[in-house]
Design a protein around this ligand. Structure first.
Ligand SMILES: O=C(O)CCC(=O)C(=O)O
Ligand SMILES: [Fe+2]
Length: 280
């Protein structure tokens, strides 16, 4: 809880960190490696820059409404951790508790983490991740709206080959109900996180996240764990399958078609041929 901006500035100092800039309050994630598949049809919604941490904190402190919004997102690993003090802090985390959760709930190994520092009012639009997440709030407040994997059809994710893979196509501020009629039926779970709170976000659970306005900026740190063995179907799999398992199947079918057809424009027509007059 002592990780305020001053303490982090002292301890992360001149380490380089990744900062996203946005002209709107939305920071919709995209995979830069996937943009070529879109026939130049894709314009990145945010700009990614690298700056020294102390430079970022300076910009954060002088940020005001109307400026480009800032969102620093950088894994805390040996590349950026040069201060013994921060390493010691990390060693004092309640790893025993985290390991117990990992074991009891059959998660795979801890893969990475992300330190997030966001100007107030920033929004990470609805998406899901491929890993389990222990999300710790350190400073300021965040509002999560959560939806289970079963709401896949109501949230209309972009195709798997798209730079916005795993993100909902629905703009929560101005939903297009003609294109996305099932969004009418959606109901989320709300979670308000303050300093000291940890939220468990199961893999494939949808989340929309807002940094609230109580503080000028917010600080969070998450921990991602790989899926456990129950994501693979085996002799011991229990039926009927659960929502997240069906989601994995759908994603794999889609990925296989993209790979086999080598043309993303052929995926839709082929799926329609399988379906129309046969399964619908
Ligand atoms: O806090 C945010 O803005 C996004 C967090 C998120 O999507 C995650 O931890 O998976
Ligand atoms: Fe996420």
């Amino acid at each position: 809880m002592k990780w305020d901006s001053h303490y982090l500035q002292e301890n992360l100092g001149d380490s380089p960190c990744t900062v996203y800039l946005s002209k709107t309050h939305k920071f919709k994630y995209f995979d830069a490696n996937q943009t070529k598949k879109c026939d130049n049809d894709f314009s990145p919604p945010t700009e990614q820059i690298v700056m020294r941490f102390q430079e970022f904190v300076k910009r954060l402190k002088s940020w005001k409404e109307g400026d480009k919004r800032l969102y620093m997102q950088e894994p805390l690993n040996e590349k950026i951790l040069k201060s013994l003090q921060l390493v010691n802090d990390i060693l004092t985390f309640n790893w025993g508790w985290a390991r117990m959760q990992q074991k009891q709930n059959n998660w795979g190994p801890l893969t990475t983490n992300l330190l997030m520092i966001s100007t107030q009012g920033n929004v990470t639009p609805a998406h899901f991740d491929n890993q389990h997440n222990l999300f710790a709030q350190i400073y300021g407040y965040k509002r999560f709206i959560l939806f289970p994997p079963e709401d896949y059809d109501k949230l209309y994710p972009h195709p798997v080959w798209h730079p916005h893979d795993r993100q909902s196509q629905v703009d929560f501020d101005y939903p297009d109900y003609t294109k996305f009629p099932k969004f009418h039926d959606i109901k989320g779970h709300e979670a308000l996180l303050g300093p000291g709170d940890v939220l468990y976000l199961p893999l494939y659970w949808w989340h929309h996240v807002e940094s609230l306005l109580q503080t000028h900026f917010t600080i969070s740190l998450n921990f991602w764990y790989k899926a456990g063995p129950n994501l693979c179907l085996s002799d011991s799999t229990l039926y009927p399958l659960e929502g997240y398992q069906k989601m994995a199947i759908m994603r794999n079918v889609e990925k296989m078609l993209v790979e086999a057809l080598r043309d993303v424009n052929e995926v839709g027509p082929l799926l329609r041929t399988i379906l129309e007059g046969r399964y619908n």
